[in-house]
Design a protein around this ligand. Structure first.
Ligand code: GLA
Length: 741
């Protein structure tokens, strides 16, 4: 049993295998947060933890209760304007203009398992993994507005998922000005906020800052989760490392505007809020209508950030990613984008595909430029039919040729976009998001379709369906290459324009939902100019995502290392590309490029038909090696060891280990080579201390505890790779660790 309710004291204790989350109904039906952290015993009540002193200058609930001051409470889902001056979890404007509400606890239910949400990506428990859901019902009697707070406990991954649902049973409409998914009031401020910031080609770099008094927030108003700030955030004790220490993780199953906020108040209570960004949001809730927020994911461990990442990755694998992809090894692909850009014909592409087959690659992906008359990025988005100049026999016939080679076939789409130079725009200029009579701002020379309109989603669905059927498609790369400006829908009334950002993303989810249902064998990879929409909402439909347009091996070390804090390796699209690198001009060894890309959904993105025999031979070996170890790379437990965000960032290392702790692959990367360098060691992780292992087929064996505590001396006899012999810049060293049978 994961949910313990003490009816007398109205205490709710949510227990996972290693954590406890406790809250209680306080006076006047207000929900008070009691505790979240390492598992503690179940008791009827925890009054000691709720003790409060009388605070001068803080409003009281009423004249009779001077000591009950809600501004001094740790709450579960706080209101606005009644004495708590911290930012609230929600805000409701009523027909008289007031935003004062009075939600009181009414009753609760506990249900086994976890239902999916309608119309939104969400977590689930399809495998009877012990999930239990608590629904707490609150009501504002005056306006007959109900609020349901949902908590699902996933005991074995130490995760709690929260959301809120507003239901208007009154006679008047209300407007939601804010409706966050989760609030957590922590009792002190001794935490570092760890966020993953960046921009195009530099996504998810780790930034760690101590909490300070006041509000600190990361957010997006770009209508994508964005590369600037990822919705994944951690709060870690100052001394917490990858290996030890307390840390909380928060994420949101959502791909649009988000807010992750921490407000440290005058008594050092740290209020965490996670959900849809209240900036650029409002929702008209008519009588009999409901508003369901997306889900927030929370997890805690006292055992460091590697543990947190592992438990969250395990959770997504079990309860968010489509069940069929749970352990499905992802196909090794070759993508023609960096090989040809827009300049290709069927012959050129088939040469790449044939070479791919020879090298053991499993899928050919045709990227941008196969449709309309798209020879550059100014045209044809929305015209999802083949360009006969490039593929004269049609895309179906081309797909047949690829399939006949024994390869899977994938295609690029950018479903949400429209070019002014397109047949779609000629027919439906009003489908382009814009404000009538005002300028529409282009982004990458293109515009966005109004996905809040069902007829727009229907039209794109019809076009994509035809191509999927014609090509017997195996894979779709769903791109999204600009942020949305002039957010407005000509199909919505004036008082609903602030619903547009959310309605837009609901339209995106609707198209994903329909396509994944109708074509269950198509594997989706999400993309937004690289990793601009790398989030849990996308993960629900598309189990992999293009991590970054930056394919330089050195840049990718930071990008993939940063991403690994919040997302599993199998999600991270990672390709070997040409040198000099297209984004940085850097020349890195082919071996290093592969050693970086191996820790993800692996592929190639260069003209493999033009490689030297020697390079082709090396690629063939890489592909064979990866196939042998793919499951370990994609689904093994990942341990970060040396961080590229520490010190001068010259070294990075990490390791994947299988469930039996019998096989592990560790890789250490070095940016610049230093002559006569000091001795360094690599301290392995995750091994069985009592098992004996060989390292790179060594004759001598080593105990797991020896490899983890004494480490491997870098530069020792284990280094038999070419890179070591050359001792080069941008080198990588791989250590195969195998238990002795
Ligand atoms: C985006 C993607 C790239 C590629 C191009 C095509 O930038 O991130 O991988 O698909 O679009 O235009």
């Amino acid at each position: 049993m994961a949910i313990h309710v003490d009816e007398t004291n109205q205490t709710f204790h949510l227990q996972t295998d290693h954590t406890s989350y406790i809250f209680q109904v306080l006076a006047h039906g207000i929900l008070g947060q009691v505790y979240y952290g390492k598992k503690i015993h179940v008791k009827p009540q925890y009054n000691e933890l709720l003790k409060r002193e009388l605070k001068t200058d803080t409003p009281a609930y009423s004249l009779d209760e001077p000591r009950f001051q809600i501004g001094d409470l740790k709450q579960e889902y706080s209101d606005t304007g009644t004495g708590d001056f911290r930012r609230p979890a929600y805000q409701v404007t009523q027909s008289n203009g007031s935003r004062i509400t009075d939600f009181k606890y009414d009753h609760y239910e506990v249900v086994q398992g976890k239902q999916r949400l309608a119309g939104l990506p969400s977590t689930f428990d399809d495998t009877d993994d012990g999930a239990e859901t608590l629904i707490v019902h609150l009501t504002d009697e005056l306006i007959q507005l109900d609020l349901e707070l949902n908590y699902t406990v996933f005991p074995h991954q130490d995760v709690i998922v929260r959301s809120a649902n507003f239901k208007n049973h009154g006679v008047e409409p209300v407007a939601l000005n804010a409706a966050l998914s989760a609030q957590l009031d922590l009792p002190d401020k001794q935490y570092d906020l760890i966020q993953f910031a960046g921009t195009w080609a530099r996504e998810r770099h780790l930034v760690r800052t101590p909490l300070r008094s006041g509000i600190q927030a990361i957010d997006s108003v770009r209508t994508t989760s964005s590369p600037q700030q990822n919705p994944f955030m951690m709060l870690a004790r100052p001394q917490t490392t990858d290996d030890r220490g307390e840390v909380f993780g928060f994420n949101l199953v959502y791909s649009g505007n988000f807010l992750d906020q921490v407000e440290v108040d005058q008594w050092n209570v740290s209020r965490v809020l996670v959900g849809i960004n209240p900036a650029e949001f409002e929702w008209q809730l008519a009588p009999d209508k409901a508003f369901q927020t997306p889900e927030a994911v929370m997890s805690y461990t006292p055992d460091g950030m590697n543990q947190l990442s592992q438990q969250m990755a395990a959770f997504y694998g079990e309860h968010l990613v489509d069940v069929k992809y749970r352990r499905m090894e992802r196909p090794i692909l070759v993508n023609n984008w960096e090989a040809t850009y827009f300049d290709f014909n069927d012959e050129k592409l088939l040469n790449i595909a044939k070479q791919a087959k020879k090298l053991g690659i499993e899928m050919f992906v045709l990227d941008d430029g196969w449709f309309g008359h798209r020879n550059d990025d100014h045209t044809s988005l929305g015209d999802w039919f083949v360009d006969p100049k490039k593929l004269p026999n049609g895309v179906g016939a081309f797909a047949d040729e690829v399939h006949d080679l024994g390869l899977k076939f994938g295609l690029w789409f950018e479903p949400e976009m429209i070019s002014m130079d397109s047949e779609l725009y000629q027919k439906h200029p009003d489908w382009l998001i814009h404000v009538p009579k005002r300028r529409a701002t282009p982004g990458r020379n293109q515009y966005v379709l109004d996905f809040s309109r069902p007829e727009v989603v229907d039209a794109i669905y019809a076009m994509m369906s035809k191509v999927i059927q014609d090509t017997k498609l195996d894979y779709i790369k769903w791109d999204m290459n600009r942020y949305i400006t002039e957010m407005y829908s000509t199909a919505l009334p004036a008082d609903r324009q602030l619903e547009m950002p959310h309605r837009y993303i609901l339209g995106v989810y609707n198209l994903y939902e329909r396509l994944t249902k109708a074509y269950p064998d198509v594997l989706f990879e999400s993309c937004a100019s690289g990793g601009g929409r790398f989030d849990l909402g996308m993960m629900y439909y598309a189990p992999q995502a293009w991590t970054s347009d930056d394919t330089d091996a050195v840049e990718r070390m930071k990008i993939q290392f940063g991403t690994s804090y919040g997302y599993p390796q199998a999600m991270m699209g990672a390709h070997v590309s040409a040198v000099p690198n297209e984004q940085t001009g850097r020349i890195t060894p082919l071996e290093t490029r592969a050693n970086v890309a191996f820790y993800g959904a692996f592929g190639y993105e260069l003209d493999i038909s033009k490689m030297s025999d020697q390079e082709a031979d090396e690629v063939k070996k890489q592909v064979a090696f990866y196939k042998q170890h793919r499951s370990l790379y994609q689904f093994g437990k990942l341990y970060r060891m040396d961080s590229p965000f520490d010190g001068d960032g010259n070294v990075m290392s990490w390791l994947v280990v299988d469930e039996q702790q019998a096989h592990a692959i560790a890789t250490r990367y070095q940016v610049l080579n230093h002559p006569n360098a000091p001795y360094e060691r690599l301290y392995l992780r995750g091994l069985d201390p009592d098992k004996q292992y060989r390292v790179n087929d060594s004759t001598e064996t080593y105990y797991g505890d020896e490899l983890m505590n004494a480490g491997i001396v870098i530069g020792s006899e284990f280094d038999d790779t070419a890179a070591v012999k050359n001792s080069a810049d941008f080198s990588s060293r791989r250590f195969m660790i195998d238990a002795v049978q």
